[in-house]
Ligand binder design. Structure first.
Ligand code: ATR
Length: 280
């Protein structure tokens, strides 16, 4: 990669950031497209996020992806925010304009829909109820994306029922407690795990997946491990599955377009690169 005085700079900010997969994806796309651009990781101390972002206003960088723990702060400091970022109550993309203003966006929900389109091409969010497990930022983004995609029956299942109700109410969705999961699964066309349960080292949720129809698609936002306990359970039942790595790549596509002004080239297999980085 050659870097010139005109190189377009974007990156990802979080803490910790060293395990972020985003630099691998974006730099592979930049190289394959022969573009004069670079994508770098920024590790910022908690408490210094706003000062860091403010210092970049006016075109110093073209954009940033934002990851934990700064997605809420990113939305709060932006001058404008898209509907999906406001609905998700979190931003994973900041676009820096020449006039010094910042636009916040959230492409996680779009990434989830792209993952379904890629790994479960027959899936139609309009075809029936979809179930989302969890009530954090990931769940909000997913719920907004399904509503925007035309799903008329979104069901949010969460350990803390009140948090599911908070998300469900403004979207016209339904809320269920974890012990009502079987009821929520009845007739579902898809189930999406947006909880942190099942992340490497944390115990998996114990869910009655057999209550879903055989045609239901089961997705997990977690990609470490790639085959989460939930996806393994789904496979055991013969259900079609969608993994979190497809969503990670799916959210990176619109990020790349926002930062570099063009669609990432298809000539490079970024999933293969990501699998290698995960040691798979
Ligand atoms: P995000 O990263 O999407 O913002 P978060 O805010 O960390 O996620 O939220 C994590 C979600 O996982 C929550 O919905 C949490 O349930 P509660 O709202 O009841 O806390 C859920 N979660 C985490 N561990 C869980 C477990 N062991 N069992 C059930 N739910 C769990």
């Amino acid at each position: 990669m050659s870097i010139s005085g005109a190189t377009r700079v974007a990156g990802v900010v979080g803490r910790p950031i060293s395990h972020s997969m985003s630099p691998i994806l974006h730099n592979a796309w930049l190289a394959a497209a022969g573009m004069d651009g670079v994508y770098v990781p920024f590790s910022v101390q908690p408490g210094r996020f706003t000062a860091f972002v403010d210092s970049l206003r006016g075109g110093t960088v073209s954009g940033l992806n934002v990851t934990l723990p700064f997605k809420g702060e990113a939305l709060a400091l932006a001058d404008e925010a898209t509907f999906r970022a406001r609905t998700a109550d979190a931003a994973n993309v900041l676009v820096f304009r020449e006039d010094g203003t910042i636009l916040a966006d959230n492409t996680d929900g779009l990434g989830m829909l792209r993952a379904f389109a890629e790994q479960a091409p027959g899936f139609d969010p309009k075809a029936g109820p979809v179930v989302i497990l969890g009530a954090g930022g990931g769940s909000r983004g997913a719920a907004a994306a399904f509503v925007e995609a035309g799903c008329r029956d979104v069901r949010i299942v969460n350990r803390t029922l009140t948090k599911a109700q908070d998300i469900a109410e403004p979207l016209g969705a339904a809320a269920f407690a974890l012990n009502e999961a079987a009821k929520a699964f009845d007739g579902a066309v898809a189930v999406v795990n947006a909880t942190s349960a099942g992340l490497s080292g944390s115990p998996a949720l114990d869910l009655p997946l057999e209550a879903t129809p055989p045609s239901a698609v089961i997705m997990d936002m977690v990609y470490k491990p790639l085959k989460t306990p939930l996806l393994a359970q789904a496979e055991g039942l013969g259900r079609q599955t969608v993994d979190g790595l497809a969503m990670l790549i799916g959210q990176a596509v619109p990020s790349f377009e926002a930062f570099y002004g063009q669609t990432p080239p298809e000539s490079v297999d970024v999933r293969a690169l990501a699998l290698k980085a995960l040691g798979l």
